[in-house]
Design a protein around this ligand. Structure first.
Ligand SMILES: O=C(O)CCC(=O)C(=O)O
Length: 278
């Protein structure tokens, strides 16, 4: 067995999966379906049952996912999907990478008191929250004590729309951000991959990968060190997929002075990560 493969095995086995005794940030609701306490994250894992998952533990902290299928009933999710699809001010954002402009392969809109900048392009503050999104934000507050002040809405028009590998680690999201993501419409696979150790020089081949199919009405909360230690994406699919809306509720802070950029992708990161490649 090659050194790399051996290391990956070891890495795969330490990432022990335990139920959270008491969630730190998604506080109030206690999930009962945490039957995976004895299992471990394998190199390639599929999470398809509701539950709380500890996906890694590093010096930066514990990375956690909380998955709840049917967070919205089918009727609620159908109604919400149709309302948001037809009424939100969807548009296609232009981003910049290494000085080159490109159109995002999906439509987006943003609600929050502060602007949100990623990939060298800013979504303006927008306080005109539709009542449906305010209700969902209140529901997340009531059920999990989450104080989320903004939402990035993504519309994947078909299987050809996507979002590439990234972490939600902009300085404006603060340390250890909690992201609550609600999916509506067709099921798409949300993938996570663990960031490699520095000696791997950006090679993700033997890093743990997790796939989470996100269906109509599902809630996924990412918390702890998930944005420090993992990346996520929704890849293109080459068979037919209907439209899907994803709502990622976040807490945005005034951007601190002195942030810096990832050397590879130019994302803005916290000052403590200066020189870091995400
Ligand atoms: O569509 C999704 O499930 C993920 C969206 C996402 O990664 C993001 O908005 O940062």
């Amino acid at each position: 067995m090659s050194d790399k493969r051996q290391r990956a095995r070891v890495q795969g086995s330490w990432a022990q999966q335990k139920p959270r005794a008491k969630p730190q940030t998604a506080g109030k609701e206690k999930l009962l379906n945490t039957s995976l306490s004895q299992s471990k994250i394998r190199l390639f894992d599929l999470l398809d049952s509701s539950g709380d998952y500890e996906i890694s533990s590093e010096p930066s902290g514990v990375s956690r996912l909380c998955l709840i299928h049917n967070f919205l009933s089918t009727e609620e999710a159908d109604w919400m999907f149709s309302k948001l699809l037809h009424e939100l001010p969807w548009s296609q954002k232009t981003n910049y990478r290494l000085g080159e402009a490109y159109e995002e392969p999906r439509l987006t809109c943003w609600f929050g008191d502060l602007p949100y900048t990623y990939s060298h392009s800013t979504m303006n503050a927008n306080t005109q929250w539709p009542s449906e999104l305010l209700s969902l934000r209140s529901l997340l507050h009531q059920r999990f004590s989450l104080d989320l002040n903004s939402v990035l809405c993504n519309l994947y028009r078909s299987g050809h729309d996507s979002i590439g590998w990234h972490s939600d680690d902009e300085a404006s999201l603060g340390e250890h951000p909690t992201i609550a993501s609600i999916s509506l419409g067709d099921t798409r696979v949300f993938s996570l991959r663990k960031k490699p150790a520095p000696e791997e020089h950006g090679d993700f081949t033997y890093c743990p990968h997790i796939k989470v199919p996100l269906s109509h009405g599902t809630l996924l909360i990412m918390e702890g060190a998930t944005q420090d230690d993992w990346q996520h994406q929704v890849a293109k699919e080459y068979h037919d997929r209907g439209p899907r809306i994803n709502l990622t509720f976040r807490t945005i802070h005034q951007e601190p002075e002195g942030g810096t950029e990832c050397f590879q992708c130019e994302r803005r990161t916290l000052p403590k990560f200066a020189g870091f490649v995400c």
